[in-house]
Design a protein around this ligand. Structure first.
Ligand code: MLT
Length: 403
């Protein structure tokens, strides 16, 4: 995934409606303006033309989050989401610079066509433009673990560090909105071993191993102390990290997770899911899990979130799926670990979370001295994706108080 230089654009009065808000169609222009500006600053505005090709938009989806007014300066951040032989997809995020609010996001699929309108291979000069640049903050695999597993890690921004730990069976893009918006912090989001773009050993998965990987990653990045933000299984990994190196945790954000170990029934459920994954693969796991991971509101109103979650699950190889299920089945109770926490803690939970409901979050928050509990309305088990804006704001306020 590559990351292009951010572009600032100003909202003009003629782009706004009678209420003084940037019109929804004008958002598409704003994203397009940013793309032309990227070309103008980089390989040149005629990049496609001089290569006898044209990037035709096949699909454009815009998610509107907040209004913008004339004179607002909007920062557009663009990443390459996917690249094929003739097509590529870009993800664009528009932030109001004054208050760092995400106002809209766009996903665009382009097909490169020749002068006759036929799809053609992406020209090599265009490919070079799409490739990650060494100076750009990008997802880059860092070799961290003692037993030689490469972890794919996205690192963005400057400032005090915050480490994001994803849940099961997902990857670091669970945090894509927070990675795009929490500026002022050095955001570190790895794929755990066996997930996303990280290496996939056949065996050896445990909470202890995941936590050790994270500690080695922090060493590699020369991070002594960090805020740690873990969701669900990411929370279980964070508990292990607290047992091993509490002095490295400056603040804690625990989202949609629980302190208790699996019950006997829970352990049987893990074995069943392992069987399902082995017999029918990740697609069957996705079908089983998506209705539990997302709230009914999200399933109905945000099909693109369900698509993203499905892509993450399908991108988890079988040993990673099975390894994580075994690691969760074997994890210890962490209540005593949480009672000993000596760092500011925020507990988050989706108000419609079916897997770790608000009652579980209350129990968790009660165990941690001084923890603050926040419910995210409309979200299920994955608030960072389902209610990205609110979740980012709550995290941002917690971080500001820490800073
Ligand atoms: C997760 O989201 O990481 C899992 O649902 C956690 C679990 O199954 O215990």
């Amino acid at each position: 995934m590559s990351h292009f230089p951010a572009v600032d654009v100003t909202v003009y009065p003629y782009e706004c409606d009678a209420y003084g808000h940037l019109n929804e169609a004008a958002f598409l222009n704003l994203f397009e303006r940013a793309r032309w500006e990227m070309l103008a600053r980089g390989p040149g505005i005629d990049l496609f033309q001089r290569n006898g090709s044209w990037p035709a938009v096949r699909r454009a989806t815009v998610e509107y989050h907040a209004p913008a007014a004339p004179g607002d300066v909007v920062r557009v951040e663009t990443t390459l989401a996917q690249r094929g032989r003739t097509s590529f997809s870009l993800h664009q995020v528009a932030l109001r610079t004054a208050d760092q609010t995400v106002i809209a996001e766009a996903d665009l699929v382009f097909v490169t066509i020749d002068r006759g309108g036929r799809p053609m291979e992406i020209p090599s000069e265009v490919l070079r433009f799409l490739e990650p640049r060494s100076s750009a903050p990008a997802v880059h695999p860092i070799r961290v673990s003692a037993d030689g597993v490469d972890l794919a890690v996205e690192v963005r921004g400057e400032g005090d560090p915050i480490l994001f730990v994803h849940g099961f069976p997902l990857d670091h893009t669970l945090w894509r909105h927070q990675m795009a918006t929490l500026s002022g912090w050095r955001r570190i989001a790895p794929d755990l071993r066996g997930c996303g773009g990280s290496g996939v050993p056949d065996r050896g998965y445990s909470m202890a191993r995941y936590a050790q990987d994270l500690l080695e990653l922090l060493d590699h990045l020369r991070v002594k102390r960090t805020v740690v933000c873990g969701l669900s299984m990411g929370g279980y990994v964070t508990f292990e990290l607290l047992r091993r190196a509490p002095e490295r945790v400056r603040g804690l954000i625990l989202s949609d997770t629980r302190a208790e170990a699996d019950s006997a029934e829970g352990r049987r459920g893990r074995d069943e899911m392992i069987e399902l994954a082995r017999r029918q693969g990740a697609a069957a796991v996705a079908e089983r899990m998506i209705p539990k991971l997302l709230s009914p509101t999200t399933l109905q109103a945000q099909p693109e979130v369900a698509d993203h979650v499905r892509r993450m699950i399908l991108g988890t190889p079988l040993p990673g799926l099975v390894g994580a299920l075994e690691a969760m089945r074997e994890r210890p109770d962490s209540t005593a670990t949480l009672r000993a926490v000596n760092a500011p803690t925020l507990v988050l939970v989706g108000a419609e979370d079916a897997l770790t409901p608000p009652a579980a979050a209350r129990t968790l928050a009660a165990a941690v001295p001084g923890a603050q509990l926040t419910l995210i309305p409309g979200a299920g088990h994955l608030p960072p994706l389902e209610q990205a804006l609110v979740t980012s704001r709550v995290i941002s306020e917690f971080l500001q108080a820490l800073a």
